[in-house]
Design a protein. Structure first.
Length: 227
């Protein structure tokens, strides 16, 4: 993670300082904000490689901040929350977050999640071009187009689409999608795959209305339909 710039948005000084220490020990540069309403203006000046975003913030809560960021950027976002209800977790991911951690947490776990998300966001060393009908995916630039129009995807959405496009017609279980795309598994996360697939379908259907590119296989998982 050397030279990666991480933005911590957290109003609890002790938590922010702890995360900063651990990330800097991994070679990251770290910026910190303690108010939600300061984030967008900061990002328009300097976009970090990843954001650790608390939900409970003064000025603007993390959910609204995440929603605003996704209007103009696909920068990786890991939500930090003290709310353990699954609806909050799913909502954060539905708004475009890439991952979440719940307080109290191990700083080492957060660092591991940061590494995993950054790894997924890295371009491929060698370009592989995948095509499915009018959908074209370039692995090196992480660029996806539909009929020449850009499809902006988060790292998780890109990873899911890449895996499905590389295996058209194959049915993947939720567990397979988690392990192949996330690179790790933990309790409850497989259900959030549904949310990422929902977001991916929504974005695709905006450019390909009326076509079901990704099908749900009841009780099993998902597959990419052959065009």
């Amino acid at each position: 993670m050397n030279s990666k710039h991480i933005l911590i948005v957290e109003d609890e000084d002790k938590i922010a300082a702890l995360l900063k220490d651990y990330l800097e020990a991994q070679g990251c540069s770290v910026s910190r904000l303690n108010r939600g309403d300061e984030v967008v203006s900061f990002l328009k000046q300097k976009l970090p490689d990843l954001i650790l975003l608390d939900i409970m913030l003064p000025g603007m809560d993390g959910m609204d901040v995440c929603r605003d960021i996704r209007k103009f950027s696909t920068v990786p976002i890991i939500m930090i929350t003290a709310r353990v209800e699954e609806i909050d977790r799913l909502l954060g991911l539905e708004l475009g977050a890439d991952d979440y951690v719940c307080k109290p947490f191990s700083p080492r776990e957060v660092v591991a999640r940061v590494k995993a998300v950054l790894r997924r966001a890295q371009p491929a060393v060698k370009d592989v071009v995948l095509k499915a009908g009018s959908i074209v995916l370039h692995e090196d630039t992480r660029n996806v187009t539909i009929g020449g129009r850009e499809l902006r995807l988060t790292p998780n959405e890109f990873g899911l689409l890449r895996l499905l496009m590389a295996n058209p017609g194959r049915v993947f279980s939720r567990g397979e999608l988690v392990s192949r795309v996330q690179g790790y598994d933990y309790e409850g996360y497989d259900r959030t795959v549904d949310t990422h697939i929902k977001n991916l379908r929504r974005k695709i259907s905006a450019l390909l209305p009326g076509k079901e590119i990704i099908s749900s296989i009841y009780g099993v998982g998902y597959r990419l339909n052959e065009p």
